[in-house]
Design a protein around this ligand. Structure first.
Ligand SMILES: [Zn+2]
Length: 179
């Protein structure tokens, strides 16, 4: 069975913009009038699965839709929302960016009171993030090196995990978030 967004693409329903890769659609149920959903025609469940060139196109189109909302609707601002994976409120398993036009006092409850974080918890969280992001940098360098060095890289014993297994592991972890 096709997902709701794939069906929209197939039926060419409520589409305000379309090219080879992407569509921009005015969904029937929206948080504000003029809310537009930008998504790839191809079915990608979550952000982590969207190839970077497609993601880049999504971001550029989301920006253009935002500009259109300023020009056509005279809105005062936009919220760009990505509900990504379980726990985020993602209802349809197809990656999308929502462009939500905003005006002052429109009553849309998208704000929250920032909660103070316990200092030790914050320290642990920051350390975990730094570790993860450091690994990401290493993976990129490894990929670049292996591109340059070709076979040499595979002969050489790399410390810890090699970049492909790290990548696989990351995708495996991502699957746990699939709605
Ligand atoms: Zn889909």
């Amino acid at each position: 069975m096709k997902c709701g967004l794939c069906e929209i693409v197939e039926r060419k329903q409520d589409i305000v913009y379309e090219d080879e890769t992407l569509v921009a659609v005015a969904l029937e149920s929206a948080s504000t009038i003029g809310q537009i959903s930008v998504f790839p025609k191809q079915h990608f469940t979550i952000l982590e699965m969207v190839p970077p060139p497609v993601l880049e196109k999504c971001a550029v189109l989301a920006n253009k839709v935002g500009v259109a909302a300023f020009e056509a609707l005279g809105v005062q601002g936009t919220n760009l929302l990505i509900r990504n994976g379980l726990g985020s409120g993602q209802a349809v398993p197809h990656f999308s960016i929502e462009i939500i036009p905003r005006t002052e006092n429109d009553g849309l409850p998208l704000s929250w009171d920032p909660q103070p974080a316990p200092e030790d918890e914050l320290e642990v969280t920051l350390a975990l993030f730094k570790e993860e992001l450091k690994n990401l940098k290493e993976v990129k360098q490894e990929e670049k090196q292996s591109e340059k060095q070709g076979e040499k890289q595979s002969e050489k014993q790399t410390e810890g995990e090699s970049s492909p297994s790290r990548k696989d592991n990351y995708l495996l972890k991502s699957l746990r978030r699939v709605p």
